[in-house]
Design a protein around this ligand. Sequence first.
Ligand SMILES: [Zn+2]
Length: 80
Amino acid sequence: MLTCKDFLAELSDFLDESLSPEERRELENHINACPNCWVLADTTRRTVQIYKEAELYELPEEVRNRLAQALEKKMASKKC
Ligand SMILES: [Zn+2]
């Protein structure tokens, strides 16, 4: 079973759909069992979509870092 930290580490690949079906299934299992990560994944997916709609296919490094920090901070404040 993945931890939330493992999930976060794989989240961008999950959203890029660059994972193998096995890895993807593990992450989906985690989301189904962990509402906190489900919300994070959903929020991040929307954020990424906004950037994609703006025709920025790669998130700028700074934005990626800021997003990662925000997620980590959020995860640190909750136990799951
Ligand atoms: Zn989780």
